[in-house]
Design a protein around this ligand. Structure first.
Ligand code: ASP
Length: 333
């Protein structure tokens, strides 16, 4: 068992009708202290953030970097997501196809992402390969799948080949729900009991390096071809050394309109704490998108001192925060 503080928290939500006064002015260019943290921190969205964080901490204990930790954590949820919102077991789009999005980024500004991919078991790892092996940041659809085959990543080929509505790749539970949905075809997000979720994750390692990642099937029953905020660097995730990082979950369209994660990091650059930055960004999301009663957005942020913040449009957004309290390698021995 890792020596870590384990906790799932519920973020506070924005009170209605608030002025956007959460960003305090500051003359400081860099709010984050320049020193590496005393201990690694991992932070992830929703309850599935707990197993993701544990996998991330284990990777750090194994000598991995923050980037390795984020990838390892996201991979756990891609394989096994009871919420059916991450990985190939997810709910499909309205035509019955599971299409996946993912992104990964380091504080040094390296980034990779994939969107609208089918049949890829670990989109987060494919996003990392885009970052490490191509001159590009974002590959989509058939091109991303071609790259996946070239890299010999794990694929479920039948998901890519099948052009029949309903695909060949739906889990029994997802197929049952999709067929029930087809009877009414109501195209609306459900707050927190989500027909969308996403694992988004931030990690800070002992050397003071930070990375962010996100992987999702996006909004359930979305239009075929729809892509949300999660694979868009600056929207779903953003990290910038030596300031900090931010990650989002929720209705991607609302985050895309504000580049939510970038907004939160820039708020920290202007002197906000991670908590103030999340509140500022969420209030901007609400200001840009109007009546917040019909959607959820959850935001998490962390600075290079390991301080964290969380805020959401609605009640019910949970997240997992874990810190390594002592040397995990010796604890594992
Ligand atoms: N942000 C994701 C999307 O809109 C879904 C989610 O986080 O719930 O695709």
């Amino acid at each position: 068992m890792l020596a870590a503080s384990l906790a799932v928290f519920a973020a506070a939500c924005a009170p209605r009708g608030d002025r956007d006064d959460s960003l305090k002015s500051s003359s400081s260019e860099t709010a984050a202290p320049p020193h590496p943290p005393a201990r690694p921190v991992v932070l992830a969205t929703w309850n599935h953030g707990l197993p993701a964080n544990l996998a991330g901490l284990a990777r750090l204990a194994d000598g991995g970097s923050a980037l390795d930790a984020v990838e390892a954590g996201c991979r756990v949820v891609e394989l096994d997501c009871p919420d059916m919102t991450v990985g190939l077991g997810s709910r499909p789009d309205r035509d019955g196809f599971v299409t996946l999005d993912a992104s990964i980024m380091t504080g040094e500004g390296r980034a990779g992402a994939v969107a609208f991919v089918r049949g890829v078991i670990h989109p987060i790892s494919l996003a990392r390969l885009v970052m490490e092996r191509t001159p590009h940041v974002l590959l989509v659809g058939a091109g991303a799948e071609q790259f996946a085959r070239e890299c010999k990543v794990e694929l479920r080929d039948e998901c890519q080949r099948c052009d029949a509505p309903g695909g060949a790749c739906l889990s029994p539970a997802a197929e049952r729900e999709w067929r029930a949905w087809l009877t009414e075809k109501r195209y609306e997000p459900k707050i927190n009991i989500e027909n969308h979720d996403t694992i988004s994750m931030l990690a800070l390692d002992r050397e003071g390096r930070m990375a962010a990642g996100s992987t999702t099937s996006g909004l359930a029953y979305k239009m075929h071809g729809r892509v949300g905020d999660s694979p868009i660097v600056g929207a779903g995730i953003f990290v910038d050394a030596p300031i900090g990082g931010a990650i989002c979950t929720g209705l991607g369209e609302t985050v895309l309109r504000t580049l939510g994660a970038h907004l939160a990091v820039e708020a920290m650059r202007a002197g906000a704490t991670p908590q103030e930055a999340c509140e500022h960004a969420i209030r901007r999301v609400i200001a840009k998108n109007g009546d917040p009663s019909g959607y959820q957005v959850g935001m998490l942020a962390m600075d290079y001192a390991g301080r964290t913040g969380a805020f959401a449009v609605q009640r019910g957004f949970t997240y997992a925060l874990q810190e390594q309290l002592r040397d995990a390698a010796s604890a594992l021995a």
